[in-house]
Design a protein around this ligand. Structure first.
Ligand code: ZN
Length: 85
């Protein structure tokens, strides 16, 4: 008599595989979980970075310290919302 095996459908383990978005930092293969606006003047388009590179990217916003403060505040708010830094 055959032993009954529980039927396992492998598809059930990953019912909705999500497309992994890779970090936009060149050559980085981490998942791009954090978004950052491409520039203070272009807050509607985003890069997606891993945690390490979102931090690097946030630092690079110092470049824009000559910008009007309102715009910088907006940029930082968008950047740091999900990162919590
Ligand atoms: Zn990265």
């Amino acid at each position: 008599m055959k032993k009954m095996r529980p039927h396992i459908d492998l598809h059930d383990f990953n019912p909705t595989p999500q497309k992994t978005r890779l970090c936009d930092h060149g050559g980085c293969e981490q998942e791009g979980e954090y978004r950052a606006p491409k520039s203070p003047h272009n807050l509607r388009e985003y890069y997606w970075f891993c945690l390490e590179h979102i931090r690097d990217y946030n630092k690079s916003w110092d470049y824009y310290k000559d910008m009007p403060p309102e715009e910088i505040d907006t940029s930082y708010a968008v950047c740091s919302k999900r990162v919590g830094i």
